[in-house]
Design a protein around this ligand. Structure first.
Ligand SMILES: [Zn+2]
Length: 390
């Protein structure tokens, strides 16, 4: 019921009963409980012809909060959001996640952030977006980028912080937030492709993230793209991200002498912006390789929408034309209705996505994760136990 009110509210009790197949009496008694606990409120009265106007119910955004944190190799971005995923506070700090004592220091940072945001009311939990393979069931993360292997991060942090901690791959958190709050609320099958330091993929099938065995689904960046290609961070050769990610573009530009060893992707973008044909050629080739690879994904998954995101988007104007052309060249014609949308770059959105992992737990019908149950229990704590707004 919470999930329905959150997703479709303001909504009348009669519509809740219809949507969930419950009797009007059951809906009345359950919604009364939610109203008393301050999680749901009367939003409005629907106009009606004759009879009493129907009461419309909506979620109380400020009834509880969640923390979301994106963990990058060199910095942390955090947000505190309410139940509507509106940002209440934001945090950012330089952080070296590749050092030995990373988990301890991460716990220290999170503890201080949580402490400074305590005045906003009941915290339901902390969501983490990790650059690596996350086994959601076991709560472990392996990240070659950070040098982490099977770190039981959820349990370690939960023990230190005393609140539920949930995590997922960072691109998956982006997809979760698009599904819950973004443009994919009505889209059951879509993929999010991110470009930047690496190449990422979030797969949403039937409304849910597809994790694969052990959480490894979506390692799109390590799909083989070219024969005898450059060495990838994973140790193989010719992976997609070794050809099209920002470090690969920078390496190509340095080889051509377009930029110096001290200059990076910004300088390369600036050159392309100013019309340098060699710089533009580097982006265009990357677009062509990426378009072909995404075309293959479309043929396998038949998504309704492909969302392109990530910091590499800042060079999209030089990538788009060749991407679009090769994408359409490689899509099986009956699947050509797929739409492609490009998301403006926004670091905070990843952190909001991580917070959405917590918020999703309050709306999910599944019970397989212990942390999800703990989060729901906090939301539905004793009447008056959460900060009631209005
Ligand atoms: Zn690779």
């Amino acid at each position: 019921m919470l999930r329905l009110i959150g997703a479709s509210g303001p909504i009348a009790r009669t519509h809740i009963a219809q949507a969930l197949g419950l009797s009007p009496a059951t809906v009345t008694s359950l919604t009364r409980e939610l109203l008393e606990r301050g999680v749901v409120r009367v939003a409005d009265h629907a106009p009606s012809r004759g009879g009493r106007p129907a009461v419309l119910l909506e979620l109380v955004g400020g009834a509880a909060t969640a923390f979301g944190v994106k963990i990058a190799p060199d910095h942390l971005v955090g947000v505190l959001v309410d139940l509507d995923a509106d940002i209440l506070e934001r945090f950012e700090v330089r952080f070296d996640a590749t050092k030995e004592d990373s988990v301890e220091r991460l716990a220290d940072v999170l503890e201080s952030w949580i402490g400074s945001a305590a005045s906003h009311g009941q915290l339901l939990g902390v969501g983490l977006g990790m650059p690596g393979v996350v086994d959601v069931g076991r709560g472990t993360v392996s990240s070659p980028l950070l040098g982490w292997q099977e770190v039981p991060l959820s349990n370690l942090l939960q023990a230190r912080l005393g609140v539920p901690v949930v995590m997922d791959n960072d691109v998956n958190t982006l997809a979760v937030s698009e599904r819950l709050y973004g443009r994919c609320r009505e889209v059951e099958n879509f993929i999010t492709v991110t470009i930047g330091l690496g190449v990422g993929l979030g797969i949403v099938v039937g409304g849910d993230i597809y994790h694969g065995y052990g959480g490894g689904a979506g390692e799109f960046g390590h799909v083989s793209a070219v024969d005898d290609g450059p060495r990838c961070s994973c140790g193989k050769h010719g992976c997609l991200e070794a050809v099209v990610a920002d470090p690969a573009l920078v390496a190509q530009a340095r080889t051509l002498g377009l930029i110096t060893q001290r200059q990076g992707i910004r300088k390369l973008r600036a050159l392309a912006d100013s019309g340098d044909p060699k710089a533009r050629e580097i982006f265009a080739r990357s677009g062509a390789v990426l378009g072909r690879a995404v075309g293959g994904l479309v043929n396998i998954l038949s998504p309704e929408l492909v969302l392109i995101s990530g910091e590499g988007i800042q060079g999209w104007m030089h990538i788009a034309e060749d991407f679009d052309r090769t994408l359409r060249d490689h899509i099986f014609p009956p699947l050509n209705a797929v739409a492609v949308e490009v998301d403006p770059w926004d670091d905070l959105k990843w952190a909001v996505g991580a917070a959405a992992l917590v918020l999703r737990a309050t709306f999910t019908p599944h019970d397989e994760r212990q942390a999800d149950n703990s989060i729901r229990a906090l939301l539905l704590a004793e009447p008056g136990g959460v900060g009631v707004v209005a």
